[in-house]
Design a protein around this ligand. Structure first.
Ligand code: BG6
Length: 480
């Protein structure tokens, strides 16, 4: 890096997506159903994600299921990747749908059609000099593992995951170097359904017990993946991925500072500590005792976790969280799964997510000070309503402003000495929202003509932010 340079050579500029939010073709290519397939679109989804009692059944009379069609990347990937290439992407983060490779999850042999599909996608990316960055499990566990095994609560799922990672590492060893195991693993503390594969349990104590047991199985599975990945792909980089929301105390009362710190430890650090340091953090033992949580472990689990920590830490960053030990009389913030009180210094998006670019710099500094391994910002972005003007243009200056400020925050963190590998903003092409199943919550540089009522041609259009981001990448972040 020269002295004037603000982003290092080889910085991985790009965009991020997940299979269930873009591919569609939910019944094609031998794919089995997964969790995302049974989640309806609209506000009802948020209720299902955060409240108990979901039965994993579809009701097509009553609801729409937007993930079935998503944005049809399955058939349009060439066109979409060409647009990413036109923006100059160095990297594209996508996930593999586990149920395309193992339709039920518990088979012994992979589905060749699924394997072939991702070969075609990776070949197309490589043709355009775009590095694939692959999430192994992004909220799309095979449904059969949920209904028959109870999701990650069941230790047997580790074995199925091992088969899955072995199949994909073997198939794509010459094409994919960057991997990460579980998307936003820590989100299960608020909504176990998408990543752990069970609906929140009515009894809070039983729910916590199940979540921490599921985490333990995922930690073991992640270490197995890191071990196998390094063996099969010696130059691979295998990371973990967390949702990071720095927790601010509402004021300087020591009780509030302590409360914020403890929420930060539990939500932001617990999973990352196990993945990166290879051991359960000291603070969790008191928490387990207080909440009467007993995680069942097998001999050798802790040794395995210690021996195979991750190579890098990936994070999503959308907002900060402001907390107080006593909520009485306080106005709550309305970001979907992240709770807290309103921060009087911040504005919020149309969906109530507080916008805080400085929080990203704080996050990167916190994480790097704690772990001293490379960080990768693999999600960040603004979900907003976009309007197509009469002349066909989409003037999304609000999105450009949001992204610019967050990229500046990363630049400043790098200047502070933080090692950041890259930036893949979320939903580089409009897609189906994870928490509300909406098309109208748009994140992309590329507009997709598809709407919440199911109408639309799927035509792709470049937004103003498309041209802006192209310039950012071209100048390696010099021109913002
Ligand atoms: C992250 C997820 O939580 O945030 C993505 O990893 C998701 O899958 C993104 O799409 C934005 O959230 P939403 O609910 O606006 O789609």
């Amino acid at each position: 890096m020269t002295s004037q340079q603000q982003f290092p050579d080889g910085f991985l500029w790009g965009g991020a997506t997940a299979a269930n939010q873009i591919e569609g073709a939910s019944n094609e290519g031998g794919k089995g159903p997964n969790i995302a397939d049974v989640l309806p679109g609209g506000k009802i989804r948020l209720k299902i994600l955060t409240e108990p009692g979901f039965d994993f059944k579809m009701d097509t009379e009553k609801y729409r299921y937007p993930n079935h069609e998503a944005i049809d990347f399955y058939h349009r990937y060439k066109e979409d990747i060409a647009l990413f290439a036109e923006m100059g992407f160095k990297a594209f983060r996508l996930s593999i749908a586990w149920s395309r490779i193992f339709p039920n999850g518990d088979e012994t042999e992979p589905n060749q059609e699924g394997i072939d599909f991702y070969h075609r996608v990776f070949d197309e990316l490589i043709k355009h000099n775009i590095e694939p960055v692959v999430t192994i499990s992004h909220y799309e566990m095979p449904l059969h593992l949920v209904t028959e095994y109870g999701g990650w609560r069941n230790r047997k799922v580790i074995k199925f995951f091992e088969r899955y990672v072995t199949a994909i590492f073997t198939a794509y060893k010459d094409k994919v170097k960057y991997w990460m195991t579980f998307n936003e693993i820590n989100s299960a503390l608020v909504m176990p359904i998408m990543s752990l594969g069970f609906s929140r349990l009515e009894d809070e104590k039983a729910n916590e017990q199940a979540v921490f047991q599921g985490f333990h199985h995922q930690f073991v599975a992640s270490s197995i993946a890191t071990k196998i990945g390094h063996e099969l792909i010696p130059d691979s980089k295998i990371g973990c991925m967390i949702i990071y929301t720095p927790v601010y105390p509402y004021d300087c009362h020591p009780n509030n500072v302590l409360d914020a710190l403890e929420k930060e430890q539990l939500f932001n650090y617990f999973c990352a500590d196990v993945h990166v340091r290879g051991e359960y953090p000291s603070f969790i033992h008191r928490y387990f005792k207080k909440h009467d949580i007993n995680v069942e472990m097998e001999p050798g689990d802790l040794e395995l976790i210690k021996k195979y920590p991750v190579d890098y830490l990936a994070l999503s960053y959308y907002m900060s969280r402001t907390e107080t030990a006593d909520y009485s009389g306080m106005e709550k913030s309305s970001g979907n799964i992240i709770t807290g009180v309103k921060n009087p210094h911040l504005k919020a998006s149309d969906w109530g997510w507080e916008i805080d670019p400085v929080g990203l710099r704080i996050s990167l500094k916190n994480l790097y000070d704690r772990y001293r391994i490379p960080l990768f910002v693999v999600e960040n972005g603004l979900g907003a309503f976009d309007k197509v003007e009469k002349d066909g243009t989409i003037q999304d200056d609000y999105r450009i402003d949001y992204l610019r400020e967050h990229i500046i925050a990363i630049r400043e963190a790098i200047a502070d000495g933080v090692e950041v590998m890259g930036y893949t903003s979320w939903g580089c092409i409009d897609l189906v929202s994870a928490s509300t199943g909406e098309y109208s919550k748009r994140y992309g540089y590329i507009y997709v003509d598809k709407h919440d009522d199911g109408s639309g041609t799927m035509e792709r259009k470049k937004k103003a932010s498309f041209y802006w981001y192209k310039k950012v990448i071209e100048t390696n972040g010099q021109e913002l």
